[in-house]
Design a protein around this ligand. Structure first.
Ligand code: CUA
Length: 188
């Protein structure tokens, strides 16, 4: 009697162990599959669309000529900020954006890799020569924010920053009646 019971409990224990082994193998297989699928997905899909620009003619023609930099209201009413980064400044040095409005940034670099973050907002990006960086965000607090370069770009890196003035949508609309491209750069 006792002999049979030992054999059957061994049998039960072995079956349970095999079940758990199968469950653990299944979990590991699922995790590996997730890694393979996400890895393949990231490798085959660029994180954003790639847009190139010719660094040599940046200042001469096209979207990033000096007179086109700053904040613009596009014909469709959308707000776009265009800026360039160079060793060791941003142009314009002071940006004006409306609060609680989607603002699209379009920016590039003329020389090294730069980057910027605007205050404590989620506006945070890298600027790579030859490529146009673009993202859209909204600012919910009015006031002035610092916009430092946050990619080491050479000896003047620490001194490279711009200011961003977030103004109410009404103030922005009033300012935009006076100029096609807005910035808060003090003109002498
Ligand atoms: Cu530009 Cu650091």
């Amino acid at each position: 009697m006792s002999g049979t019971s030992t054999v059957s409990s061994e049998h039960v224990a072995e079956a349970a162990e095999q079940r758990w082994a199968a469950i653990v193998i299944a979990i590991v297989a699922v995790l590996v599959l997730i890694m393979i699928i996400t890895g393949w997905h990231w490798a085959s899909m660029p994180p954003s669309r790639v847009e190139t620009v010719d660094v040599r003619t940046l200042h001469l023609k096209g979207e990033f000529v000096e007179s086109n930099l700053g904040t613009a209201i596009e014909p469709d009413g959308k707000v776009t900020v265009r800026l360039i980064a160079q060793q060791y400044s941003f142009q314009p040095q002071c940006l004006v954006v409306p609060a609680d409005t989607p603002v699209t940034f379009r920016a590039t670099s003329t020389d090294a890799i730069h980057g910027f973050i605007i205050g404590k907002t989620n506006a945070n990006t890298m600027l790579v020569p030859g490529f146009v960086t673009t993202f859209t965000t909204s600012f919910h607090q009015t006031g002035e924010q610092l916009m430092p370069c946050h990619e080491y770009c050479g000896t003047g890196h620490e001194a490279m920053w711009a200011h961003v003035q977030v103004v109410s949508a009404a103030d922005f609309a009033a300012q935009s009646r006076t100029a096609e491209r807005l910035s808060c750069v003090q003109r002498p």
